[in-house]
Design a protein around this ligand. Sequence first.
Ligand code: G4P
Length: 522
Amino acid sequence: MTQTPDRRTFAIISHPDAGKTTLTEKLLLFGGAIHLAGEVKARGQARRARSDWMKIEQQRGISVTSSVMTFERDGITFNLLDTPGHEDFSEDTYRTLTAVDSAVMVIDVAKGIESQTRKLFEVCRLRSVPIITFVNKCDREGREVFETLDEIADLLALDVTPMTWPVGMGGQFEGIYDLRTNKLLLPEGPSREFQGKVVQTSGLDDPQLDAIISPENLAKLREDAELALAGYAEFDGEAYRNGDLTPVFFGSALKEFGVDALIGALAEHAPPPHALPAEPEPVEPTRNEVTGFVFKVQANMDPNHRDRIAFMRLCSGTFKRGMKLTPTGHGKPIAIHSPIMFFAQQRELADEAFPGDIIGIPNHGTLRVGDTLSEKADVRFTGLPNFAPEILRRVALKDPTKTKQLRKALDDMAEEGVTQVFYPEIGSNWIIGVVGQLQLDVLLSRLEAEYKVAAALEPAPFDTARWISGDAAALKNFTEINRGAMAKDRDGNPVFLAKSAWEVGYVAERYPDVKFAATRER
Ligand code: G4P
């Protein structure tokens, strides 16, 4: 059994504009990983310049790529996996969530739980990923604190525990009170712009508070806090780690309020790497052999090279540079000579990685999303989903001599998880499926820029797809009768293409022996 160093591997889930980028910058700043706030964006821009297809994200002003950021504090290494916030890229985001042990949910104090936050939350719930809530932008006018807390509790069916409480909001914002430690966080400096000062009080009755906070805000704080302490569940670390309770922190990422408390909470309560679902049995992080799985593949980061980076989450063992790992089920052992490690500031550790860490493995297309890598090739991690596409399009090739290139391109992108591809049993019109519109633009632009294939996307006679399974006789019978709607995915799995969600229901009722799945685990 290996002793593993302390890790917190987490992601931030939020709706666009809630403040994820700002919070990320401040977490890195407070964690000492970078010395200038703003560097995250700057680095993002440099990365964007790298590849042609990324022009789309420039045009749309959104971030399509995700990456890994690492910071360290008090002996704990925090791995923050960036998830693209735009809803069109949710599939990629969902997969990233399979590689974390916990999540921070950022919500805008004025807007509450928004659609994208909710979707991402549901994915976390599927996997019982514990969530810490950060209510952002308290320096602006927002909703009543109780309203926010009750909305989280009602919409997400979670117990909530307020850990901190804003003292006033918007123009009246005076700071944040920590209900557990009785510390008051105050702005400091002539402009009173940023959190700078911490006053330890003996509790809400402490007379010090009268000298610091305006009478109106103080009266309200005392009243609200009393009600809150009586009305909401007490913090229970186990309930949080089971995904049943979310501790709620208030703050302002922009003004740096509450960021420190958030890191503290991650350190104190968020789970370190634990056993992950796998066959034949779950893999404990203390297992000696190195195991991990690929949750993301990014291809052609440099348009001049057909290189890919497979992002692997390490699940057990101590990874060392040069080590040989075997992808379960296919391929020979791969010697990983030049892994990309993400903790640049810790040079002495750069040759080793531990459970919870992410390693980037350069390869030429051998590694795919969902692959398990291990020393003995005797395990397979389960639960990395493929989602039923919500938009299907027929790919029409402008130059018929490029069929081979098109197939390669579609296979490559399916492999990366950018789009899905379906090869119908009848006819030669390949169909691609995506979860969001933006993926279509990415596909066309990459076909042209990277594969020199000019193609157009036409409406497909289908609206959605389901992976089918069942015993051989039932499948054969179903396939024969519905041949015109049958296709194979990139891995050769049978897929039923349906004209509508209604048709899926109808067909499922008529063929009770066949299972129709909207997600496919790899
Ligand atoms: P996102 O990644 O979740 O999409 O959000 P991002 O951090 O980019 O923040 C969205 C906007 O909200 C930005 O303003 C940002 O400055 C602002 N913001 C983030 N946190 C806070 C906060 O705690 N308080 C206040 N008042 N504003 C906050 P922007 O004007 O759209 O962009 P920028 O030009 O400032 O970058």
